[in-house]
Design a protein around this ligand. Structure first.
Ligand code: SF4
Length: 425
């Protein structure tokens, strides 16, 4: 429901989304247009003001993103104090609007529905102590979540495994802080239940389950199946209903059998017990919808330089088996990897590998630009090998060259960008 009004001589909008249990307030505040969006339990989600978008992560950190005129997008993680100050500024807006609504000073085209009152009150009650406590609770449930594919930012992450079973890739530092470990079904169930409890009404804004960490699907079938069963039992919405309010199109009666999204995961590197078509078909029958593979490149010498486990042939066989088993794929290409030295071969062999894959409109190809930080072994190895890095423009040209070479037999997969600096869970 959208409520419109005038507040201090400027337009005001209040959006109360029943099926998402979310509240968004947009009004003139502190000298500029300010938008504040909240989950159903009152947890802040996004603020927008003065051309900057602030995304609050579940651990309480906040990423600010803005684009200066004519320049590339900029980003910065706020300090904890800055993040709490942003929450306080937004809370001030929500409180002031609600007070004026209550006093009858602010008139809107339609009255605030009962759910709207509840959401306002919860957003106002989300004070600094609550925010800090929520972040502590998050950290007790999760180890830091390194990355998700962009189409999975709204998933419910469940850490069925911890870390990466390889941890060798020189450009990746996401899981260096933890050894690889597979959770028992009992431990995983208690984690999943804690996640569900923690998300509370925020769950209505989430879609599907992402099975973490890095390569949860490397787990042998006999151990993986019970974990998927637990995910389905704790989050039956991945299949059917968690009591999520039905949409109007359902006549208010039906549950969300298919809209809720299913189960997703990474499979990265290939070793140990390989899965075949029947395994993937079994996983699909348990709700697995798409697997994301960090293929990085089709050029094997570049994979060796990156210390990436597996070969292009392994990737191709695995994608074929997944597709034959009824599971969609997301393949991720690392743009700029290997700098100028590997550039031509990277483009040529990546095109050839993707073109050999049986991709269709259910699949996604992601182009992820290499982001090098000083703590990455890649930084030292590239310097030792005298590799000249690609500039951002050269990376864009490399992506364009790969895209130009892609040919698909039938319907086209989605092709998109994947910027690891944008990730917020
Ligand atoms: S296999 Fe994936 S998660 Fe593991 S180190 Fe390599 S890129 Fe990182």
């Amino acid at each position: 429901m959208l409520l419109l009004g005038q507040w201090h001589n400027y337009d005001l909008k209040i959006s109360v989304r029943e099926h998402e249990r979310s509240l968004t307030v947009s009004a003139m505040w502190e000298g500029g247009l300010f938008t504040a969006a909240y989950e159903g339990g009152g947890r802040p989600r996004t603020f927008i003001t003065q051309g900057t978008v602030y995304r609050r992560a579940l651990d309480g950190r906040m990423l600010a993103k803005w684009r200066p005129a004519g320049a590339q997008r900029q980003r910065r993680w706020l300090t904890q104090d800055e993040a709490l100050q942003m929450e306080a500024r937004a809370r001030g807006l929500v409180q002031a609007v609600y007070d004026d609504l209550q006093r009858g000073v602010l008139q809107t085209n339609v009255p605030l529905p009962p759910l709207g009152h509840t959401l306002f009150q919860r957003a106002i009650a989300w004070d600094e102590a609550r925010s800090r406590a929520d972040a502590r609770r998050y950290r007790a449930i999760y180890l830091p979540i390194g990355i998700l594919p962009p189409d999975q930012y709204s998933a419910i992450v469940l850490q069925a495994t911890l870390g990466c079973s390889f941890n060798t890739c020189t450009f990746c530092t996401f899981y260096r802080d933890r050894p690889f470990r597979i959770k028992s079904p009992e431990e995983f169930r208690s984690h999943a239940e804690a996640v569900k409890d923690f998300l509370g009404e925020g769950i209505y804004l989430r879609q599907g389950v992402f099975l973490g960490d890095a390569n949860a699907l490397v787990v042998p079938m006999r151990r993986l199946l019970p974990l998927l069963e637990v995910a389905n039992q704790v989050f039956p919405a991945a299949w059917g209903s968690i009591g999520r309010p039905a949409s109007r199109a359902d006549g208010g009666m039906a549950t969300h059998q298919s809209a809720w999204g299913g189960i997703y995961a990474f499979l990265d590197g290939f070793s140990g017990e390989k899965k075949g078509v029947n395994d993937y078909a079994k996983l699909a029958s348990l709700g697995l919808k798409r697997i994301y593979i960090g293929m990085e490149s089709g050029h094997e010498p570049l994979l060796r330089f990156l210390d990436k486990p597996g070969t292009p042939k392994d990737v191709l066989h695995t994608v074929q088996a997944m597709k034959d088993g009824g599971v969609a794929v997301g393949v991720i290409v690392l743009v700029g990897a290997g700098g100028h030295f590997y550039a031509d071969a990277h483009v040529r062999d990546t095109i050839a590998l993707i073109n050999a894959m049986p991709l269709d409109s259910h699949d996604i190809i992601y182009f992820s630009e290499l982001v090098v930080t000083d703590d990455m072994p890649y930084a030292q190895q590239a310097a030792a090998a005298n590799l000249r890095p690609l500039t951002h423009r050269e990376c864009q040209a490399q992506e364009a060259a790969i895209r130009a070479g892609l040919r698909f037999r039938g319907s086209k997969p989605r092709i998109s960008r994947y910027d690891i600096r944008e990730f917020v869970y």
